[in-house]
Design a protein. Structure first.
Length: 184
């Protein structure tokens, strides 16, 4: 018995693959029945295991994607930001500003639904590595952390494109200020 496209996309998420490592995402083809099934799976399991499904819906079935509640989309995306081994799909950070990967705009589109889960992630100082020679070098050089990505996306929700402070202690102060402001 062969696995369905939906099953393979879920497995890619469970295996921690980047979007570009999933042929089913790159091909981006879902018929109406698959789009309905994928949307149902995302709603039933709004966590990182639905990341590839969500992003494939965004690319291949925009109407089904848009019909998903922003809170559901935000939950999947922030849980992926919290748990993924490599964060290339969310972009990169740097003193001159950052750049969004394919998941970045999807997260920003969720608007205020992303604010609360991103604020919770501001306290997560776990490393957030990127894969690939240049990307990995940048993530190692600056010591990317999950809180740094949360900070970037919170600022992006406010219409800003923040620069990454080179010193992690400076970043921590910025994160703490935003966390205090966001929870008051």
């Amino acid at each position: 018995m062969t696995e369905s496209t939906i099953d393979r996309l879920i497995q890619h998420s469970r295996d921690g693959h980047l979007l570009g490592q999933a042929r089913e995402w790159a091909d981006g083809a879902l018929d109406d029945a698959q789009a309905r099934e994928a949307a149902g799976q995302v709603q039933a399991r709004p966590d990182a295991s639905s990341f590839h499904l969500l992003m494939t819906l965004r690319r291949a079935a925009p109407a089904a994607y848009a019909a998903l509640p922003p809170a559901t989309r935000a939950t999947v995306l922030v849980d992926t930001l919290r748990t993924a081994t490599y964060l290339n799909d969310f972009g990169h950070l740097g003193p001159g500003g950052g750049a969004d990967g394919p998941a970045g705009p999807a997260l920003i589109e969720t608007g205020e639904a992303a604010r609360e889960p991103l604020l919770a992630l501001l306290e997560d100082r776990d490393e957030a590595p990127l894969m690939g020679s240049e990307a990995a070098t940048m993530s190692n050089l600056y010591g990317y952390r999950r809180s740094d990505f949360a900070y970037r996306f919170l600022r992006r929700l406010d219409g800003e494109d923040p620069e990454l402070a080179e010193d992690p202690a400076d970043r921590d102060r910025l994160h703490d200020l935003l966390l205090t402001a966001g929870t008051s």
